[in-house]
Design a protein around this ligand. Structure first.
Ligand code: NAD
Length: 286
């Protein structure tokens, strides 16, 4: 490939495709790549050769399912990366794996930032994500203009891996809030209350969470269950939290109880189901 691009996006899924389109709207030249041909076809221009991205782009943005795949992709493109390049990994990933990759990048003069996101595919499409960034100061400084396009706010969480620590804790809380909302709704209904009225009231009280404010009206009570975030990806995040707890010798009872519920849900709810299915699951089980 002769042409050069500002940014190469690796992983054109729900999030990566929307982020690539947002970057283009902001005036960036973007080259896309996904291992799946049908996802590649959704973005123009794209390439079938992943190394083209390292050869032709100054910045690489990753949006991949999990750390195993991030490491595999990094192994493949690393030999082609040049000093001065910037890699931003927006995947929700294992902080230890991130630290290892950031260290290898640093040794090669490549800037590496973990920048997991919150706000879903809609936030990625609108450029209003909330971004939790970790990295060395110079890497975070280099990444800022790109993160400013993708997000309404970026919190600098600390050194390499710290963005992913915050993201894992955020999603552990979200996973627990979904289960709690299901149990609270089921309890109120059992007492004869109307589900919609109950949910609307609980969205105003001091016990509220984003689940009551956003998830219930948008994806649960509407019956749409089409948020774009799957049970499989949330179970991966819950697993990351469990590993984090083990690595740090902590046993937070409530969060680990929620983890157990998410693990058990696999018997009934497949990986491709919407993650908001936890609300009826937890309600029925209580
Ligand atoms: P997705 O499954 O829709 O997209 C992942 C993409 O990666 C797929 O298109 C897949 O084909 C591609 N891929 C897999 N292996 C690859 C490889 N070796 N090389 C190139 N491409 C490869 O997932 P998503 O929902 O877009 O999530 C991406 C990341 O963002 C995950 O880590 C997820 O946890 C995180 N996240 C998702 C959401 C959401 O609402 N969907 C929100 C916040 C964070």
């Amino acid at each position: 490939m002769d042409q050069t691009f500002d940014i190469g996006v690796i992983g054109l899924g729900q999030m990566g495709l929307a982020m690539a389109q947002t970057l283009v709207r902001a005036g960036q030249s973007v080259l896309g790549y996904d291992v799946a041909a049908e996802r590649r076809a959704l973005f123009v221009p794209h390439t079938n050769q992943i190394q083209d991205l390292a050869n032709t782009c100054q910045t690489l943005l990753l949006s991949l399912p999990h750390s195993g795949i991030v490491e595999q992709v990094m192994d493949t493109i690393f030999p082609y990366c040049r000093p001065g390049m910037l890699i931003i990994d927006t995947s929700t990933a294992d902080p230890d794996s991130t630290r290892k990759l950031a260290q290898a990048a640093h040794a090669k003069g490549v800037f590496y930032v973990d920048a997991p996101v919150s706000g879903g595919a809609a936030g990625a499409a609108a450029g209003t994500l909330f971004i939790m960034a970790g990295g060395d100061d110079d890497a975070l400084h280099r990444a800022k203009p790109v993160l400013d396009i993708l997000g309404r706010e970026t919190v600098l969480c600390g050194g390499p891996g710290c963005g992913n620590v915050v993201k894992i804790l955020n999603n552990a809380l979200c996973a627990a809030h979904l289960a709690l909302a299901g149990e609270a709704l089921a309890a109120g209904e059992k007492a004869g209350l109307n589900r919609e009225a109950l949910a609307a009231a609980l969205a105003k009280g001091s016990g509220r969470s984003a689940v009551f404010e956003v998830n219930l009206p948008k994806w649960v009570l509407s019956g749409s269950f089409d948020s774009g975030f799957t049970m499989g990806l949330m179970r991966k995040d819950v697993r990351l939290f469990d590993e984090f707890a083990t690595a740090n010798s902590i046993s937070p009872i409530l969060l680990q109880t929620a983890s157990t519920l998410w693990r058990e849900s696999k018997a009934i709810l497949g990986d491709s189901e919407d993650f908001n299915c936890m609300v009826p699951f937890a309600g029925e089980r209580s």
